[in-house]
Design a protein around this ligand. Sequence first.
Ligand SMILES: CC(C)(COP(=O)(O)OP(=O)(O)OC[C@H]1O[C@@H](n2cnc3c(N)ncnc32)[C@H](O)[C@@H]1OP(=O)(O)O)[C@@H](O)C(=O)NCCC(=O)NCCS
Length: 174
Amino acid sequence: MGTWLDSVNIRLMNETDLPAIEWDGEYKRYRRVYREIYRGSLAGRSVPWVAEISNIGIIGQVFLTEKQPHEDYADRPYMFLSSFRVKPAYRNLGLGTLLLKVCEVTAGDRKIDIIVLNCARSNQRSRSFYEKNGFVVVRNDPGKWSYIDDEGKIREETNPAWVMRKKLVSSSKS
Ligand SMILES: CC(C)(COP(=O)(O)OP(=O)(O)OC[C@H]1O[C@@H](n2cnc3c(N)ncnc32)[C@H](O)[C@@H]1OP(=O)(O)O)[C@@H](O)C(=O)NCCC(=O)NCCS
């Protein structure tokens, strides 16, 4: 028998999705950041997934970007997971878990077996969610970063985070 998740279409983000992932203005300030990820997908660096249901539109997203090794938590190229969210009305229905599985398959297809993400230290619920799905905290990060917002202004944000990592088991590497 089919489940609710069968009605969700998970596909790569395209350029016309960019307004929708601003989520009715809540994330408008990240417009250029998202466009950069979209450009990265054209260049093969990023893999931005969106989850969509018919007549409603996009209800979730997760972006992956391939990164070079990092001295603290990856001795080989890894995938960095970002902008992961499911719209509130559709949470706790398994979509987030499914999107994480899609990320693991994406990494595996690229012969990459490490996924890293930043989880806000104010967000204990998502830390538990990631731990349940096999991620472990590898570092604390002060979370300082800057970007150019939708009006062209430089913005600085501080979001103290746990850096979390998952090593995918299907690989022979450890
Ligand atoms: C984290 C998130 C993507 C999970 O998606 P989801 O579709 O709800 O995930 P699932 O249904 O597969 O799993 C639900 C689990 O996520 C947990 N969860 C984490 N953050 C949550 C939130 N803000 N609201 C509801 N559930 C949340 C639930 O407690 C649940 O765990 P449980 O099964 O032990 O009760 C989603 O809750 C979300 O968008 N949260 C807000 C944005 C966010 O925090 N993103 C992560 C940034 S680091």
